[in-house]
Design a protein around this ligand. Structure first.
Ligand code: NAI
Ligand code: MG
Length: 347
């Protein structure tokens, strides 16, 4: 029996993970669930955003379903006690280096996109973002220049092993989809990107069935808005991926529709909606649970070896949306529970 850790977290996290769990339970698979506090909820209960018992559960589990962390009552705490440290701590402790963020247009949802409907309709892409390296984890600090000026610095670096494992994740994702991989870098200027490009090209030797292209990140930002339908799988570093994946999400429409996975080399993963704890609507039953439900589908596909069940959930979400059920973020009147009910009914 597979053990699933449920870490609901703060704000709307518990509301949306409850719906995702109901959907998982309805499938009739051999799953067990164990829940633990994380983020602000854990700070209030145990004095730390990622208590040892929660980390232990995350390590023991076959997969993790995460809600969101972020609690305005914790704003004045030291950085290491802030709720957001919990998600960074989990990614690092479990070496979750591959962040998969699919962005797909659901039929009939084009009106929610920031793009023209005919452009938005073609969006069906996955961004594979590296999550454990790059400028976020390089040497950083503040110093004073010879002229007495304050100077901040953050070193961008990747070693070839780090690039190779994310390149493999990108090629594998492309192989499962339409067989197109676009590697995004800034190789015209950055040494880090030159190594990135070299290693991606070396890795391509094992994936003759995948068509590899390269794009500079500034052009990629433009192309994502101009013609997002050209992309199948994008693989990129931590910083570029952070920015491009938020941009891609807005091309689809509501943040309440977009799931994500963070995977280790063995395929164990943490699955979460890309949105945060949304304190402005927390506790009001307004949150869109689709992103969390679709995250559960990704879990079935990538960590639990149940691709057919994942397909069923994705089809059920699409059917519920196509039937006109919408939460407020999509201009509808459904509550979180009613949206969950609609997905269960479609299932
Ligand atoms: P947010 O994603 O929580 O909210 C942004 C806007 O989108 C808000 O207006 C919110 O009401 C709306 N929204 C988000 N999810 C929604 C859903 N499922 N249904 C309907 N509307 C939804 O981002 P924000 O406001 O920048 O951050 C709030 C807190 O969440 C902060 O403490 C932040 O640090 C944290 N955060 C946590 C993340 C995580 O746990 N992985 C990711 C992003 C932010
Ligand atoms: Mg971001």
């Amino acid at each position: 029996m597979a053990l699933i850790a449920i870490l609901p977290g703060d704000g709307i996290g518990p509301e949306v993970t409850t719906e995702a769990r109901r959907v998982l339970e309805r499938l009739g698979l051999d799953l067990s669930f164990e829940e633990a506090p994380v983020g602000g909820a854990a700070y209030h209960a145990a004095g730390h955003p990622l208590p040892p018992a929660t980390l232990d559960l995350a390590r023991r589990a076959d997969a993790i379903l995460f809600g969101a962390v972020g609690d305005p009552t914790c704003d004045s705490l030291d950085r290491h006690l802030r709720p957001e440290q919990a998600i960074l701590g989990l990614r690092k402790a479990l070496t979750l280096f591959a962040n998969l963020r699919p962005a797909k247009m659901f039929a009939g949802m084009e009106d929610a996109s920031a793009l023209r409907p005919e452009v938005a309709r073609a969006i069906d892409l996955v961004i594979v973002r590296e999550l454990n390296g790059d400028v976020y984890f390089g040497e950083k600090g503040m110093r004073t220049t010879a002229d007495g000026l304050r100077q901040g610095y953050d070193v961008m670096s990747y070693d070839e092993a780090e690039v190779r494992r994310i390149a493999v994740a990108g090629f594998e994702a492309a192989r499962r989809r339409r067989g197109k991989l676009c590697s995004i870098d800034k190789a015209n200027v950055l040494e880090t990107s030159q190594l990135w490009r070299d290693v991606v090209i070396e890795t391509a030797a094992d994936y003759a069935d995948v068509t590899l292209t390269h794009m500079y990140v500034d052009n990629a930002a433009m192309q994502l808005v101009r013609d997002p339908g050209q992309f199948d799988v994008i693989v990129t570093g931590n910083l570029f991926g952070d920015i491009l994946s938020d941009q891609a999400s807005m091309c689809v429409g509501s943040i309440g529709l977009l799931p994500s996975a963070a995977l280790d080399v063995a395929g164990k993963g943490l699955y979460e909606p890309i949105h945060g704890s949304a304190p402005d609507i927390a506790g009001q039953g307004k949150a869109n649970p689709c992103a969390a439900i679709l995250s559960a589908a990704m879990m079935l596909r990538h960590s639990l070896g149940e691709p057919a069940a994942a397909d069923r959930i994705e089809a059920a979400v699409a059917a519920a949306l196509a039937s006109g059920k919408r939460t407020a973020d999509l201009g509808g009147t459904c509550s979180t529970r009613e949206m969950g009910d609609a997905v269960l009914a479609a299932l």
